[in-house]
Design a protein around this ligand. Sequence first.
Ligand SMILES: *Cc1c(COP(=O)(O)O)cnc(C)c1O
Length: 376
Amino acid sequence: MIPLYKPYLNGAEKLYVNQCLDSSWISSRGEFVSRFESGFERFVGIRHAATACNGTVALHLALAALGLGPGDEVIVPTLTYVASVNAIVHAGAKPVFVDAVQSTWQMDPVDVRRKITANTKAVLAVHLYGAACEMDELQSICRAHNLYLIEDCAEAFGTYYRDKHVDSFGDIATFSFFGNKTITTGEGGMIATNNSQLFSTAHRLKTQGVSPTREYWHEVIGYNYRMTNICAAIGVAQLEQAEQILGMKRQIAAWFNERLSGIPVTLQHEPKDNRQSWWLYSVLAKDAAERDGLRNALRLAGIETRPFFHPAHILPPYASGLHFPVAESLSARGINLPSFPGLSESDVDQICEAIRQYYGSRRSMIAVDFSSRRGA
Ligand SMILES: *Cc1c(COP(=O)(O)O)cnc(C)c1O
């Protein structure tokens, strides 16, 4: 079986985790937490980064630090992982959905403009499947309407928009280090910002709102969203391999792009000035039936795949009867292919051969159907 993903743990992960155990620094204090944070700041080019125990609470922290809450509307793409939307609700604010762009699969700035009301306070841009949103457009909308811009970079570690790593185009950004993300700590997250004031607010909320100068003096109602030193130890080892991991994913995407040419699937477009991280290499089938057939054929060939996320507006807690035709279509047709660092060229050959065979057999079915109708 070729799995969709497995983490690449070929560096100093074991050594560093054992250092935590040997030294007994296994909780959220210890040298690896600050080493991971400062290494991360350097890698993504941000002034301040703080670890969190997962990407979902990192989003909640970012929204809470901006002071978003009841009565506030946050514009978010409907085509995203549900955590982006849930975090808005956790903060007490209201998610307002926008549709996706057909070619890039990212949130549609035209729809963002349409959804702005007197209550809109922020735009939460999600860089989906390793590609970047149209940040120029989103920045100018947010500037014109005095809105905060938040970036959910959970799927975009190593993604560059016009030569700059995503995460500093808005006020604050978040990352996830879940087991299938580009770099992982098992469970883990990060907030990142260039704004010192916002950073210290987020940091205080993360650590039970405790005063930096007086013990057990809690100035605001905070949370315990800290990452453990053990997770951070894995993170430090992952960062040391980050360039290598991203390089492998780029190579995998190039192999796929080359071998899938001539097969009737739609590939993810990479704008000329951007650099994608190719978190999950993904393609679109013609329609839902073709996608489901393709997934089934790949499963029978021992290849694990995933469907795209369901757009949030059709999930039970968010169902509103509204329609977002592009997101609905992408979601019904999209398929994530195995994309883990370490996937070999012969694995990619095997996957693409199975895809070619599926379309080959479909074509002959259509041909038979056509000729029999002509005969009748
Ligand atoms: C993975 C992911 C998250 C949440 O991260 P967790 O670490 O699983 O909580 C948030 N947003 C997006 C877009 C994600 O893909």
